[in-house]
Design a protein around this ligand. Structure first.
Ligand SMILES: Cc1cc2nc3c(=O)[nH]c(=O)nc-3n(C[C@H](O)[C@H](O)[C@H](O)COP(=O)(O)OP(=O)(O)OC[C@H]3O[C@@H](n4cnc5c(N)ncnc54)[C@H](O)[C@@H]3O)c2cc1C
Length: 396
């Protein structure tokens, strides 16, 4: 956000949570997608009711004072939209959360009709509750933004200011260092070239750097080679019309599924446009991602459409075009982000982030915030700060 402010990059809201979007499991409710809001309201309502019962049956007397039990019961009624007695049942109030069978309207339109609740056991067994907490992660908190016109606008804003320092299409093939400087060999349009400098900040992802000869301490070398990268595939699907808005009143946000496509993310722009619309039709991870990229690109798109049809039957009629990217196949990243584990961090992270002789690494892989630009940028800030201090101390 600080660079967005500094560089005056136009942004717009990115809608992460949409209670009107869908949650879907092939193993629940006959494979029929349900509204996020219905699952959330009933899950909260039933959980509140059960906890309230436990309180009133004195099951929690040892854990809570009488005053806290009373206040908690009051909060559960509020949180779960329970009756005064603590029951969760079909009502006007509950339908204000989960939606109505017949929504309130004007004049002589039909009287509002509260909606039926899910069966409690079916809801618990559905596992759809997995999806309703996604927007609560701090990483997906509201408000969240995207640059108007695409994420590239952040990079382009940097380019505008320091473009004359960038050499494009320069593929680094080797990094050497001595007590006095760093030598980098690279290929540019088939020509072997060399660059020399006093210090080097290297932001090449470890998935690539681990394949390049780099002169470092053995600790940093082991760290570079230790980190596997996540595999991921995204599929963009273009439709003849924005049926998710027109037919289902889903304006932005994300629907979740247990299918390999994992989610469908709706555009946060051009709402109510009468023309074609593009959505993220698959965000595939792990083994499923490898399975997707084993197919030719058009087959991947076809697969995403087949899966998506289970959530939006309109896919059959409305599909127009599609594109897929397998991030683990992109030659200059070969992965989506570094897959740190706690054990790996304990063993390698400090070594990875050291100023090693005259070389320091930066990027999302050298951060405690993997898979985010924030991690990459804050890692760079930290690396150049420490490098600057070292450079000053060498001059003294
Ligand atoms: C599918 C996907 C979705 C994402 N969504 C988001 C999001 O919504 N929000 C968010 O904040 N982040 C997101 N991220 C993460 C974000 O893109 C990364 O964290 C960030 O780009 C990492 O920055 P970096 O500088 O470390 O690496 P990169 O941006 O990968 O930059 C590394 C650079 O090194 C270059 N390079 C590679 N090999 C060589 C070589 N041999 N010689 C010279 N140069 C080389 C590459 O060309 C590249 O330009 C997403 C990532 C992916 C893959």
């Amino acid at each position: 956000m600080s660079y967005i402010n500094e560089f005056n990059i136009a942004i717009e809201p990115f809608i992460q949570v949409n209670y009107n979007a869908l949650v879907h499991s092939t193993k629940a409710f006959g494979g029929k997608p349900q509204r996020y809001r219905e699952v959330q309201a009933d899950y909260q309502g039933y959980a509140a009711e059960l906890l309230g019962k436990a309180l009133n049956q004195n099951a929690l007397d040892d854990a809570l004072t009488l005053e806290d039990r009373e206040k908690l019961f009051e909060s559960l009624r509020h949180w779960g939209a329970l009756t005064n007695k603590g029951d969760y049942k079909k009502s006007y109030e509950v339908s204000l959360r989960r939606g109505f069978a017949i929504s309130p309207g004007g004049g002589l339109s039909p009287k509002p009709e509260p909606s039926e609740l899910f069966d409690q056991s079916a809801l618990i067994q559905s596992e759809l509750w997995k999806y309703i907490v996604n927007g609560q992660d701090i990483e997906f908190q509201s408000s969240i933004f995207q640059p108007v016109g695409g994420m590239d606008n952040i990079a382009k804003a940097f380019e505008k200011r320091v473009g004359d320092l960038i050499e494009y299409n320069a593929k680094v093939t080797k990094i050497d260092q001595s007590d006095t400087g760093v030598t980098v060999n690279y290929q540019q349009q088939g020509i072997a070239k060399t660059a020399q400098a006093d210090w080097c900040v290297c932001t090449i992802p470890l998935s690539i750097l681990s394949q390049i000869p780099v002169q470092t301490s053995s600790g940093m070398q082991a760290a570079i080679r230790s980190l596997p990268y996540a595999a991921s595939v995204k599929v963009g699907l273009e439709f003849k019309r924005r049926f998710w808005e027109q037919d289902e009143a889903i304006y932005g946000g994300v629907s979740y599924t247990n299918l390999p496509i994992t989610n469908i993310s709706y555009p946060s722009t051009k709402f109510c446009d009468k023309g074609k619309g593009v959505l993220l039709g698959a965000y595939v991870w792990g083994a499923n991602a490898f399975e997707f990229t084993s197919l030719p690109p058009q087959e991947r798109v076809k697969k995403a459409v087949e899966y998506g049809k289970q959530i939006h039957p309109q896919y059959a009629e409305e599909f127009d075009n599609g594109i897929s990217v397998g991030w683990h196949r992109v030659p200059w990243t070969q992965g989506c982000y570094g897959l740190w584990t706690e054990e790996k961090r304990a063993e390698h992270y400090e070594n990875l982030c050291q100023v090693d002789g005259r070389l320091v690494l930066a990027g999302e892989h050298a951060s405690n915030l993997p898979a985010w630009q924030e991690g990459a940028i804050s890692s760079a800030h930290d690396a150049i700060k420490r490098l600057h201090q070292k450079a000053l101390s060498t001059m003294a």
